[in-house]
Design a protein around this ligand. Structure first.
Ligand SMILES: Nc1ncnc2c1ncn2[C@@H]1O[C@H](COP(=O)(O)OP(=O)(O)OP(=O)(O)O)[C@@H](O)[C@H]1O
Ligand SMILES: [Mg+2]
Length: 449
């Protein structure tokens, strides 16, 4: 394993380097944090001094965490400087060494951190393997709605039946599509996803069905389309409602006859694919508006699976939230009852994806390992706003105090910490802002400005 050592005092750095090299580690050294940042690739462990000319160790720690959150960092602190060591641990350091330390102690601390690293990498590998093998294991939910989804997945997976997944954005359609593929006999064959909404009309046809050399200007070599790539496997047509009418005709033919031609060719090709399509719009409305072909609709709608929005299965929220907390917080955090109540009070217009984002942000900004209601940072955009359209109101689950706090923080952030400017943004005086901040105990944390 590769260890990066950052220490401005050359002699000490050399001693550490020699010692760890002698223990069969691959060791690289840097005299400054700036130099170290360019050397992070393939590194398994970082050992850094805290006080250095230029960027200090705490700042470096933060940068490393941003870039490679899984990379363990051990900090070396001067004797008697307990507070910085504590601060470093709070900010995610794996361990600390107080100078002067013995080489034996160095070996122990480094060995422990590397062992943790090895376990984490191994865990991640197993998790990914499991996920690609089953794709089911990560689908969480025990609400009646989700149990019905699971039942249908199991039922349709073994066959070649076309499946239409319907549900709002962020409910988990991608995940369900993968679960179907990985539970089907086609699991060892390709699963090819086509995002119909992202493709401009003129590109879609060549993307789906491929083309021959010379089919159009720029077609210098022949290229197979996504359907061909997915032969024997599954095609996942995402946002099927966005397919333009001319392409719909060709899709219909693939679904009906399992045949197609590449652009610029009249050779008919046969193929064996299973089609899973997804939509977050009501296709029936598109039918009536003449934007979707009726015959294609009925072909697709053989086996519809509706994935209910999260607000209609709030009982899934705790398990999902716990799952994301485990993932983003690496098992270090817990929810308080108040935090869970706040999560349950929200309407989740962005569904599971929104919940995932909220938990990720909450972990990033958490003040401690037990998350309180104030640590749950709900989305504040127009989509996250609560209330049934009766004008301006608090985001669901937030108290007035929490809301005020988040507005004050945001104003300070926008003003880069400058209180006079933040006060202007809020339309209050600087003194009024200071008073509110001190009332909330935010005064010293935000610093002077
Ligand atoms: N039941 C679930 N268990 C665990 N994670 C889930 C579940 N449902 C959704 N997620 C997670 O939520 C996020 C959004 O899910 P996904 O991308 O499948 O939604 P989608 O319905 O395809 O959204 P869109 O319509 O925007 O494409 C993903 O990160 C996914 O991992
Ligand atoms: Mg999707």
């Amino acid at each position: 394993m590769r260890i990066l050592i950052i220490e401005d005092e050359e002699r000490l750095r050399r001693v550490i380097e020699l010692h760890l090299s002698a223990e069969q580690h691959d060791v690289v050294g840097a005299a400054t944090a700036e130099a170290a940042l360019g050397q992070l690739e393939n590194v398994d462990l970082v050992l850094t001094d805290l006080k250095m000319p230029g960027m200090d160790g705490l700042t470096l720690l933060e940068k490393i965490h941003k870039e490679s959150p899984q990379l363990p960092v051990i900090v070396m602190t001067a004797f008697g400087n307990v507070e910085t060591a504590v601060e470093a641990m709070k900010r995610g350091a794996a361990d600390f060494l107080q100078k002067p330390f013995s080489l034996a102690h160095l070996s122990t601390v480094v060995g422990k951190a590397l062992e943790m690293r090895r376990l984490k990498v191994e865990n991640e590998r197993l998790r990914q393997e499991l996920e690609t093998r089953s794709g089911f294991g990560n689908l969480i939910g025990h609400s009646a709605g989700m149990r019905e989804v699971f039942r249908l997945i199991e039922k349709v997976a073994p066959s070649r039946a076309t499946v239409l997944l319907c549900g709002e954005s962020g409910v988990g359609k991608d995940m369900v599509a993968r679960a179907i593929h990985y539970h089907s006999p086609r699991r060892t064959q390709p699963l090819v996803k086509i995002n119909c909404g992202a493709l401009p009309e003129n590109l879609m046809e060549s993307e789906l069905f491929g083309y021959e050399k010379g089919a159009f200007t720029g077609a210098t070599v022949a290229k197979p389309g996504k359907f061909e790539q997915a032969d024997q496997g599954t095609v996942f047509l995402d946002e099927i409602g966005d397919v333009p009418l001319p392409v719909q005709v060709k899709l219909l033919r693939v679904l009906q006859e399992r045949e197609f031609e590449r652009l610029g060719s009249n050779r008919t090709r046969k193929l064996d694919v299973r089609v899973v399509a997804a939509t977050n719009v009501d296709l029936r409305a598109a039918l009536e508006g003449g934007r979707f072909r009726e015959d294609l609709y009925y072909r697709l709608n053989v086996m519809p699976i509706n994935i209910p929005p999260l607000r209609e299965r709030l009982e899934d929220v705790p398990a999902l939230a716990g799952h994301f907390l485990e993932r983003f917080g690496e098992g270090r955090y817990r929810f308080s009852v108040a935090a869970l109540e706040k999560l349950l009070g929200h309407r989740w217009p962005g569904n599971v994806r929104e919940l995932e984002n909220v938990i990720e942000r909450s972990v990033l900004l958490a003040s401690g390992e037990l998350l309180g209601a104030e640590d749950i940072r709900l989305e504040m955009g127009p989509r996250g706003r609560a209330g049934g359209g009766e004008g301006l109101f608090l985001p669901a689950g937030m108290t007035l105090d929490e809301y005020e706090q988040s507005i004050l923080r945001e104003a300070l952030k926008r003003a880069s910490g400058n209180k006079s400017q933040a006060a202007r943004l809020l339309g209050i005086t600087r003194n009024a802002l200071r008073y509110r901040l001190s009332q909330m105990g935010l005064e010293d944390k935000e610093g002077e400005g």
